[in-house]
Design a protein around this ligand. Structure first.
Ligand code: SAT
Ligand code: MN
Length: 590
């Protein structure tokens, strides 16, 4: 296949910037072939058939899991690598203490040597994609070049990819360039570089998730957060969910949680039977682009077209919709297998015989499915997919939620006093680490707005931008913090989570409608136990009281930690935040 013969549309209609860039990459990387993705289902099926033929994908049980496949990544390549992820801005201060930084010239030189000849004997895939509905003024385009067919297939599921995106690029005249090669999958020759000033990404040496599907975290968060600041909007690590209450009013909530803290489950929540009349619609499960609208509200689109969700724990009881959704047309990564080639993971019944590495399962070697094993599936497969998922205007946001994974300290829920306080609440977030990134699991770390690994610039400038966006909204969303993960002294979760989380979201919605009560608990506005609808739930009153309690001593310590963390940002930290932090300490002192 030559470049020219495989063009998806006449050369005259293509952006010259795209063809010239593809040609320069071809010369540098020396692939055997070039394949321009057109985004059709037949293309995807063809690529999958080739991967099955090569033994890179395994076809799963066709009766139980039609059109589902298993991919096993290299055992050293199973999560994002934050220590190898860099923001390369001319000034190091623009990247901030929250990012690894490398000088752009030095980074380009390093990457050029890695990419030189890296695709010899391989096929180069060109994937033009649009993040967001192709006809939305809020969407932004990119082109990923990769030598991994698995990455190409994943991008075809996860983004609006193909011809329409190419046409929009020719029309917009701009796109994000994402160059990716799996290299030799050598962890010592692995780098994920971002050049926000050039709108480009270079990723080498990993084929996994956020390291390799460049439309996702690299473009839609790190590069987009930079673009968003320049253009006056926000690119956030948030799900978007629509909730229709029994009065038939729909409210949209955008919620930020660190990776592997249940975002997909919350976005696809199933109302408990004891809360009749509620309906839930998923708009997005991971990323939200939020724009101030002419009406003074904040409007959100989901830039993605699919879900890359954590598999373990998904079952008929925890999330029936998610469980059913992944029974067809799904690409699994790093799950285990049963004797009859069904995918298996912790949280399911039955027994695996093969672990995620393809070895006979031996419990002594740890879980059968990797804790960060994933499903990749198109959003339209979700039975609760919102009818507004492709609305070019997006959806209006009533509430923003920040959540962490904290065994103690943070109560089940509280509300910020206003947007400005909400920015401090978001910036103060901390959470226990999970298997979504390499490194120790379960350590509490600061994770402001759940963006610590994803903000493409200095956090201090980012918080200033949040304050500025809020100041432009005449009808800003209310801001809340939640913690589904609080535990008792024996280490048991106090709150059941999953569908029951609706009870907390319902309180928020009632707050937005001015109908629910709250009291000032020093840290912000907390529901009283009676404000949370627990009908039909087996929750002891003292457990609810414990969930809603605030230990002033622990919070004073939390505020001290927050202050120490924020002061790292020195002079760039907005003065308002220092003032608000002092106010919070005073409010807590009573
Ligand atoms: O690896 S991804 O970034 O795509 C998933 C996650 O960590 O949220
Ligand atoms: Mn995520």
């Amino acid at each position: 296949m030559s470049t020219a013969s495989a063009l998806p549309m006449p050369m005259s209609q293509l952006s010259r910037a795209v063809t010239e860039w593809v040609e320069s990459v071809r010369q540098l990387t020396q692939p055997a072939e070039v394949h321009w993705c057109d985004g059709t289902p037949s293309e995807r099926h063809g690529l999958i058939a080739e991967l099955v033929h090569d033994g890179q994908l395994l076809r799963l049980n066709p009766e139980q899991f039609p059109d589902c496949h298993l991919y096993r990544s290299h055992p050293d390549d199973v999560a994002r690598v934050e220590h190898l992820t860099y923001i390369c801005t001319r000034s190091q201060a623009d990247a901030g203490p929250n990012n690894n930084w490398m000088d752009p010239q030095a980074a380009h030189a390093k990457m050029r040597e890695l990419f030189r000849g890296a695709m010899r004997g391989r096929r180069l895939y060109v994937i033009p994609y649009c993040m967001g509905p192709v006809d939305s003024p809020l969407a932004r385009c990119g082109v990923e070049i990769t030598d991994s067919a698995y990455v190409a297939v994943s991008m075809l599921i996860m983004t609006h990819a193909g011809r329409a995106a190419l046409q929009r690029i020719a029309h917009d005249g701009t796109f994000v360039r994402g160059l990716h090669s799996i290299g030799e999958l050598d962890p010592d020759r692995r780098f994920i570089m971002h050049f926000p000033e050039e709108l480009s990404i270079e990723s080498f040496g990993s084929g996994y998730g956020g390291n390799a599907l460049l439309g996702k975290k690299c473009h839609a968060l790190r590069i987009a957060s930079w673009q968003a600041r320049a253009e006056g909007w926000l690119a956030e690590h948030m799900l978007i969910v629509g909730l229709r209450n029994p009065r038939r009013e729909t409210h949209y909530i955008a919620a930020a949680f660190p990776s592997a803290c249940g975002k997909t489950n919350l976005a696809m929540l199933i109302p408990p039977a004891s809360l009749p009349g509620w309906e839930v619609f998923t708009v997005g499960d991971d990323i939200a682009w939020l724009h101030p609208g002419a009406d003074g509200r904040l409007w959100a689109i989901n830039p993605e077209a699919g879900y890359f969700g954590v598999v373990p724990g998904t079952n008929r009881q925890t999330n029936r919709n998610a469980y059913e959704m992944i029974h067809r047309d799904t690409l699994f990564t790093n799950v285990a297998l049963t004797a009859d080639d069904q995918p298996w993971w912790e949280g399911l019944e039955g027994t695996p015989i093969t672990d995620w590495q393809g070895r006979p399962y031996d419990p002594a070697r740890g879980p059968a499915a990797h804790p960060n094993s994933r499903f990749t599936v198109a959003a339209e497969r979700n039975p609760a997919c919102s009818p507004h998922v492709n609305d070019p205007r997006g959806v209006p946001i009533s509430a923003i939620v920040f959540g962490g994974r904290r065994r103690e300290v943070a109560p089940l829920v509280y509300e910020a006093r206003d947007w400005r306080h909400g920015v401090l609440v978001g910036a103060s977030m901390a959470s226990e680490t999970t298997a979504a990134a390499t490194g120790e699991v379960g350590v509490v770390r600061r994770d402001p707005m759940a963006m610590r690994p994803f903000c493409g610039y200095n956090f201090a400038d980012y918080w200033r931008h949040w304050l500025e966006v809020g100041a432009r909204l005449s009808r800003p969303p209310r801001i809340f913090q939640v913690n589904w993960f609080r535990r008792d002294l024996q280490g048991r979760f106090l709150w059941p989570g999953f569908g029951e989380n609706l009870r907390v979201l319902a309180w928020m919605i009632e707050r937005c409608g001015g109908r629910a009560g709250a009291h000032d608990g020093g840290i912000g506005l907390l529901p009283r136990p009676a404000d949370i609808d627990t009908r039909g739930m087996s929750l002891e009153p003292e457990t609810l009281r414990a969930l809603l309690s605030v230990d002033a001593e622990l919070w004073r310590h939390e505020l001290d930690e927050t202050r120490t963390y924020l002061e790292q940002y020195g002079e760039r930290l907005p003065e308002q935040m220092r003032i608000d932090l002092k106010k919070s300490a005073a409010a807590l002192a009573g």
